[in-house]
Design a protein around this ligand. Structure first.
Ligand code: BV8
Ligand code: ZN
Length: 248
């Protein structure tokens, strides 16, 4: 397969711009072997949809089932590696004066690829916290069922944002600030359907930023994008960063 073509005017814009923001979704981890939310869950989880399991109600109703799902996902994530898309974003962070990496993913693959500042909008699967909110945060452990909170006894839960739950205020405000102040906003590997994360590219555009989409498929964002790089992030981003490094 030939080199993906990066439009010349995008290359020119990137050589002049200083402030870049990137929003990633499950698609950036797809080439590491982590199923996206839209892919049918593999194996025994195929009969559940994430929207059914990633909710406080599901955890209330069947804490052990939800806990097992996260244990399965945590083990799957621990067994995979960052792919060329993650590695390209780690290199890209070093090329711009202001680079904000905002992710909807909970898999730590951006950190493992070398990005030191990652705005995690939806938490992280490697951490667990008190389901009654008494602030305890600790590392996920191998127990078969949610362990009791050491201070209040409520079951501990994955430290991720479920549907219907508020996003961490600090992460969301940093992401909104980055979207409003960037000159170019990349939306990579996200179907742009889950709010308020999906609002970010639109607020970047309203603030005057160029909008670039990297995705093999059309999304809710495609019509508003200034540049659509149609293809896998693991193929497109390394080529884009290679071009940028050559120009720097
Ligand atoms: C909130 C963490 C309320 C957990 C996640 C009705 C009831 C309740 C809520 C709502 C409702 N209607 C709307 C809502 C709001 C809801 C929402 O937006 N729902 C959607 C479904 C309509 N949002 C929320 O509930 C949020 N909270 O609104 O609170 C509130 C408001 C005010 C005051 C109080 C309360 C919380 C949302 C966060 C949920 N948690 N994850 C976990 O991981 O277990 S969301 C989860 O799903 C991901 O984090 C991600 O955000 C989303 C999946 O989306 P993507 O990442 O885009 O992945 P997806 O599979 O969709 O797409 C993959 C893309 O990659 C595709 O486009 C594909 O083409 C592309 N791709 C594939 N391969 C590649 C590729 N791209 C590049 N390269 C490749 N190789
Ligand atoms: Zn507690």
């Amino acid at each position: 397969m030939g080199r993906p073509d990066i439009p010349a005017e995008l290359g020119q814009a990137l050589s002049k711009l200083r402030r870049v923001a990137v929003l990633t979704g499950a698609g950036v981890s797809a080439e590491s072997g982590v199923p996206t939310f839209r892919d049918a869950q593999t194996g025994l989880w195929s009969r559940y949809s994430p929207e059914q399991l990633a909710t406080p109600e599901a955890f209330e109703r069947d804490p052990r089932l939800v806990w097992e799902w996260y244990t399965w996902r945590r083990q799957l994530v621990a067994a995979v590696h960052p792919n060329p898309a993650h590695l390209a974003l780690a290199r890209m962070a070093r090329l711009f004066a202001r680079f904000s990496l905002i992710t909807q993913n909970v898999d730590s693959l951006h950190q493992r690829a070398g990005n030191t500042e990652v705005i995690e909008l939806h938490g992280n699967i490697s951490r667990i916290t008190c389901s009654r909110g008494c602030g305890i945060v600790t590392a996920f452990d191998e127990s078969a069922a949610p362990p009791p909170c050491p201070s209040c006894g409520a079951p501990l839960r994955p430290d991720v944002v479920w549907f219907g739950e508020m996003l961490p205020a600090d992460a969301l405000s940093r992401a909104q600030e980055a979207a409003k102040s960037c000159e170019i906003f990349f939306s990579v590997g996200t179907s742009a359907q889950v709010y308020p994360a999906a609002e970010l590219p639109f607020s970047a555009r309203r603030a005057g930023a160029l909008l670039v989409e990297v995705n093999p498929e059309e999304t809710a964002l495609t019509a508003s994008a200034d540049f659509v790089l149609r293809g896998a992030a693991g193929r497109i981003l390394p080529h884009l960063v290679h071009q940028l490094e050559a120009a720097h």
